[in-house]
Design a protein around this ligand. Structure first.
Ligand code: GCV
Length: 679
């Protein structure tokens, strides 16, 4: 007894930063208020919906301030899923049109409280930028996750529906707190089994847990499901029997999950089946599913990630395939388009499909999981990458047709707007493998809610909620986060280089990579084209002419060596080694400088972090510290591999002021990481 008391006293005396945390609480580290505080104010709600009651419960448990009145008001339809908060006269009044708006408002208030940013008066109106803010899990039914780096899947399919892990509700709550309102449970490389009755019962169990948090379930479906599950002769979307099969299946799904969101489909892409197997178009395939879902209000998110090993530049293929189909899709189909034309590279220009289809609603797909950005080993804050795409002007309807406006409902006001990202969540205790990878999940949610937020603002919010309000911590770490994606671009693929990863895992460098008989568009040389003259992919009129897929003035801006932004130079041009860059240096010297500055930035991150040891709890401090060591080692590996390899073509010296390579090229070529997955 005495011992316990001493420990309690010791514990209370310790600075907060000395108490270890494992990261499992994410941005929800609120502490329950005392009974006394709870008694001193009332939290009232005018609605009995489970989500409204949950909003009240959250505030009741954690809110330290004055009384709050939560109201759902039918006349406030323009608030959609949003809310209004007003605090004049002592009581805080929250108005929403839907119960979920109250829940979002509750998290808004708690967020401000946690950041000590509650002023005397509150006047807030928030309406989300997108209707559907959805995570895509690439989780397989066997518990593995494609491109997942935070352990196995959260979904315990073998235990479901009878055993419900407490992490399901924790997951839903974490998402609701940042405004995410939908989730696709399974991999786009979809097992047909997900639609089997046995699995649908499991899906229902998850949907039941998520529902109070305002989260709707969607599923990835395999186009051949009727063949695999029920032995139908084919899955031709033009055949009545196939259409009926889907109608029956959809009915079965809605009987179990009445608020089911819809289907996500990867078809005729990387070996997945699709309508083209039967000579039908993507539109015909998507429409068949859309017709089945329509009576229930379900959506089809049809992915535009298609490319085949033809002589056509991979970057052009989705556009060539989909633009001619504009106008042919049902109104409950949204085309889901990756941010760039290749595949979630550290930097890509925006995908030219955005803004090119005037009649077809489009949605963005980002990748939160860091398939091409150092897995969960590298600190790379992705909000700047997300913003770069959102803010890109497509010129699709003149100046100001940013990707954000093309997708947020401005272009298609009568339809449903949506934004997706591939999740980085697994069963690791900190959910995402790297503590700082939580920030990317957070940033996606916040931008999906409000794409006008700045990356910096989001980083600060996240740091305050996740670590500490101490300005001496928040300032330098925000800066580090803000620099981190560019640092990674520098040490991996500066100046528009892309896809020079090792074939087997997309982690380390393999610019020399080649496989006899392998698909050229899966080989690094396909992308960098290094030769004795220079390096880079000629996508101008003298090359693949991919620049022509961009609207004026972008076609000219990208197509011209002088006006092309330097950070995309080698994406669009094959540039001579001795070409003079804006800095006055040759391309070769500039390239060396970029790789080197990436390494120096990584070293700097280590210093920044080490200086903050007394401001972070020991467990998280140590875990981040050791990840930063890996990151720096990898940065050196990337720099040496790329410079030594490209030097075999440029035959130029690495400038003297640059850190010398510490590896031999031949040794680097022998490194084979044991990480399966390819392409
Ligand atoms: C789910 C890339 C990834 C694949 C992924 C694919 C896709 O090619 O490497 O793992 O498959 O994109 O987005 O469909």
């Amino acid at each position: 007894m005495f011992g316990v008391r001493i420990y309690t006293i010791l514990f209370l005396l310790l600075p907060l930063s000395a108490i270890s945390e494992d990261g499992s609480q994410l941005w929800l580290r609120y502490r329950p208020v005392s009974a006394e505080v709870a008694k001193s104010r009332t939290i009232h709600v005018n609605n009995k919906h489970e989500t409204a009651l949950l909003a009240r419960q959250e505030l009741d448990t954690y809110w330290k301030g004055s009384s709050i009145e939560l109201k759902v008001q039918k006349k406030e339809a323009k608030l959609k899923q949003g809310y209004r908060i007003d605090s004049s006269g002592g009581t805080i009044r929250v108005i929403a049109f839907q119960p979920v708006g109250l829940l979002y408002a509750a998290y808004h208030l708690l967020r401000l409280q946690e950041m000590t940013m509650l002023g005397d008066e509150l006047r807030v109106e928030e309406i989300p930028s997108y209707d559907v803010r959805i995570l895509n899990h690439w989780d397989n039914l066997d518990g593995t996750i494609e491109r997942g780096y935070a352990g196995r899947s959260l979904w315990k399919w073998a235990e479901l529906p009878h055993t419900i892990s407490p992490r399901y509700a924790a997951y839903a709550r974490a998402n609701a707190a940042i405004g995410i309102n939908a989730t696709v449970l399974n991999n786009v490389n979809a097992s047909p089994q997900i639609l089997d009755a046995v699995y649908l019962e499991k899906v229902k169990a998850l949907a039941d847990v998520f529902r109070p948090y305002g989260i709707r379930v969607y599923l990835s479906v395999n186009f051949s499901s009727p063949v695999v599950l029920d032995g139908m002769a084919d899955a031709d979307p033009a055949r009545k029997e196939v259409q009926d099969w889907w109608k029956k299946k959809v009915k079965q799904v809605y009987a179990l999950v009445p608020d089911f969101g819809g289907f996500l489909v990867k078809a005729n892409s990387e070996g997945q089946p699709g309508p083209q197997d039967y000579g039908r178009t993507h539109a015909q395939g998507a429409n068949m599913l859309a017709d089945a879902l329509k009576p229930y209000g379900g959506l089809v998110m049809w992915r535009a990630f298609v490319y085949n090993p033809t002589s056509e530049d991979r970057a052009k293929q989705a556009y060539l395939e989909f633009v001619p189909l504009d106008g042919q899709f049902r109104d409950n189909v949204i085309l889901q388009i990756k941010n760039g034309p290749i595949d979630f590279q550290p930097r890509e220009p925006f995908n030219p499909l955005f803004g090119a289809m005037q009649k077809t609603p489009q949605m963005l797909e980002f990748q939160i999981t860091q398939e091409y950005l150092g897995f969960s080993n590298h600190l790379a804050y992705l909000a700047p990458l997300f913003k770069e795409t959102l803010d890109s002007d497509t010129y699709g309807r003149g100046v100001g047709s940013t990707v954000a406006r093309v997708t947020d409902g401005t272009w298609h006001p009568s339809g449903i707007s949506a934004i997706a990202a591939v999740a980085n969540i697994g069963e690791d205790s900190n959910w995402t493998g790297h503590h700082f990878a939580q920030a990317n999940w957070y940033a996606f949610g916040r931008l999906a809610w409000k794409h006008q937020l700045s990356s910096e603002q989001i980083a600060q919010e996240w740091l305050k909620l996740t670590f500490s309000n101490d300005e001496q911590f928040v300032r330098p770490v925000t800066e580090m986060m803000m620099d981190s994606r560019e640092a990674l671009v520098n040490y991996m693929m500066p100046l528009g280089l892309h896809h020079i990863f090792a074939f087997d895992h997309h982690y380390g460098p393999e610019p020399w990579g080649d496989r006899k008989g392998g698909r050229p568009d899966w080989m690094p040389w396909y992308y960098h084209n290094a030769d004795s003259i220079g390096v880079g992919f000629d996508r101008t009129a003298t090359g693949s002419n991919a620049v022509a897929q961009y609207r004026p003035p972008l076609d000219k801006r990208y197509g011209d060596l002088v006006s092309c932004p330097e950070n995309l130079l080698l994406w669009f041009h094959h540039v001579p080694w001795d070409y003079r860059m804006r800095s006055g240096q040759t391309l070769w010297d500039e390239l060396c400088g970029r790789y080197d500055s990436g390494v120096q930035q990584a070293r700097e991150f280590q210093k920044v972090w080490d200086r903050l040891e007394n401001k972070v709890d020991p467990q998280r401090f140590n875990e981040v510290q050791s990840k930063l060591k890996i990151q720096t080692k990898d940065a050196v590996w990337w720099k040496d591999a790329c410079l030594l390899y490209f030097q075999t073509f440029s035959k130029m010296r690495i400038p003297e002021h640059i850190e010398r390579p510490v590896h031999e090229l031949e040794d680097l070529k022998r490194i084979k990481l044991n990480m399966k997955h390819h392409n």
